[in-house]
Design a protein around this ligand. Structure first.
Ligand SMILES: *Cc1c(COP(=O)(O)O)cnc(C)c1O
Length: 475
């Protein structure tokens, strides 16, 4: 460790008094500047300790680096990024972007008062759920519908309301963990339902469910979409139609957590035989739930559809109050659902639907346009390449989508370094590095993003492959 270098790292107060940081007081709070300064100093310290820094700049230079970081980053921690990964429903990047018209509608609702729980016709208290029930029923063919905060909440509420203290049969092949902490067996325990495991990991037969009803007293059969994994080979599962045939005599309920469900057939280009919500309801599912911000292309939400008597019981559950959806998500959901009435409109106005329905030809055209725009800035090597994109969000685990991307290279920058610098752009660009190539996917980069991508690349190309100034290195 170089004690001398550590001593040269300026103190926070010294840094804050430097002109570049004083100047920022107009646009940032004192705490924001102080936090940025602290974290920069910390990274310098780590750099010295790791033996990566040979010298420390004078305080004014360090202050300039902090100011640059802060100005680039903007005032907010949560802010827009450009998704160049080709993963449409990228859970880490906020899943579903809203259409422009939808975002405008949400902003309008947000900026003032709204009739969230007010019946304008009668001039009295109304229900927040009324705004979307009719349109959801129209789209899914359901008798009744209700929405909560997210689909995890919807699953919990469904089990807690309809199955508390009772046995629920779930295939061993469907006892999945979805993104972090959502595990079907644990949700089941929390909800007060008793898990009855049926079948084996790869195969579950009708007879397994029949035994769960007949011998173990299952009052519900729960199907869970495996979402983020796919089983291939020697596998078998039981369809909703078969489950509802089985359940009919005993009166057991058929419940289905679909996770990501398309709102209309052919929502994803090239996938014509996908299960739709309407289809599984017609096949006899009693209650189905799914996410608002996966293939539904809207805001975070958990949507429950199915038999009226069951949905009404769920609505009456006290816990619903804790899981209720907020007005902005509701505004986005209502409008997105309206757009999805007409698939042509949805393809134009709902970004998730648009991105998933793009054909390979269309994507090649988009990649070529991006490639041309990049050619015009100079200093960046670029090439259109065929790639595999992904629906993401655990929607269709075994599906890869044919797509195109622009592979970019800047002389003197390793792919990982270019990827990092793109991430540090004023509007951060999240790119994919594959086989030593930095790829910018034509599918998920939105039309309005192209200019910003080019501006960022131009800046990176100009700074070039030289080492960042000593002591100014952000790690
Ligand atoms: C994504 C998913 C969930 C969780 O939904 P959220 O809206 O993220 O809460 C639950 N079940 C399945 C099958 C899923 O795919």
């Amino acid at each position: 460790m170089d004690q001398r270098l550590l001593m040269q790292i300026p103190k926070v107060d010294v840094l804050l008094a430097e002109e570049p940081l004083v100047r920022l007081e107009a646009d940032f709070t004192h705490d924001q500047i102080k936090d940025a300064a602290r974290s920069h100093l910390q990274s310098l310290r780590e750099g010295v300790l790791a033996g990566e820094l040979a010298e420390i700049d004078p305080p004014e230079k360090v202050a300039e680096a902090v100011a640059r970081t802060l100005e680039n980053r903007g005032a907010y921690s949560l802010r827009p990024v450009i998704n160049a990964t080709g993963v449409v429903l990228h859970t880490n990047l906020g899943r579903s972007p809203l259409g422009e018209a939808v975002a405008e509608h949400v902003a309008e609702v947000a900026a003032g008062y709204c009739n969230l729980e007010y019946n304008l016709e009668r001039g009295e208290r109304g229900s927040r759920y009324n705004h979307v029930e009719r349109i959801i029923c129209e789209i899914t063919g359901a008798e009744a519908a209700m929405v909560v905060n997210n689909n995890a909440g919807a699953v919990f509420l469904m089990l807690n309301t309809l199955c508390k203290g009772q046995g629920v049969a779930v295939s061993r092949g469907e006892q999945v963990e979805i993104g972090g902490s959502f595990r079907v067996p644990e949700i089941m325990v929390q909800s007060g339902a008793r898990l009855i495991e049926v079948g084996t990991t790869n195969k579950t037969h009708e007879a397994d469910y029949a035994r769960a009803i007949g011998e173990q007293g299952a009052s519900a059969l729960l199907k869970v979409h495996p979402s983020n994994f796919a089983m291939i080979g020697f596998t078998e599962s039981v369809s909703v139609a078969q489950l509802s045939d089985l359940a009919r005599d005993s009166g057991a309920l058929v419940l289905y957590d679909m996770g990501s469900a398309p709102l209309f057939p052919n929502e994803v280009a090239g996938l014509d035989n996908q299960e739709t919500i309407r289809g599984v309801l017609r096949d006899g599912a009693d209650v189905v739930c799914f996410s608002g911000d996966k293939l539904a292309g809207s805001a975070q939400g958990g949507i429950l559809v199915g038999r009226r008597d069951l949905i009404e019981r769920i609505r009456a559950n006290q816990l619903t109050r804790m899981l209720r959806i907020d007005k902005l998500s509701l505004a986005a959901l209502e409008m997105t659902m309206q757009l999805c009435r007409d698939p042509r409109l949805a393809r134009r106005e709902v970004p998730v639907v648009r991105m998933l329905s793009m054909t390979a030809d269309e994507l090649r055209g988009r990649a070529e346009a991006l490639d041309e725009a990049i050619a015009a800035i100079g200093g960046v090597e670029h090439e259109v390449v065929a790639v595999k994109d992904e629906p993401g969000g655990g929607s269709l685990p075994d599906v890869l989508l044919d797509g195109y991307a622009v592979s970019v290279t800047v002389a003197g920058l390793a792919p990982a370094e270019l990827e990092r610098r793109l991430r540090e752009a004023p509007t951060p660009i999240v790119a994919r590095v594959s086989k030593e190539q930095v790829l910018l996917s034509a599918r998920t980069i939105m039309d309005g993003d192209v200019e910003r991508v080019c501006a960022a690349l131009a800046e990176i190309a100009q700074a070039g492959g030289e080492e960042p100034p000593a002591g100014g290195a952000e790690r």
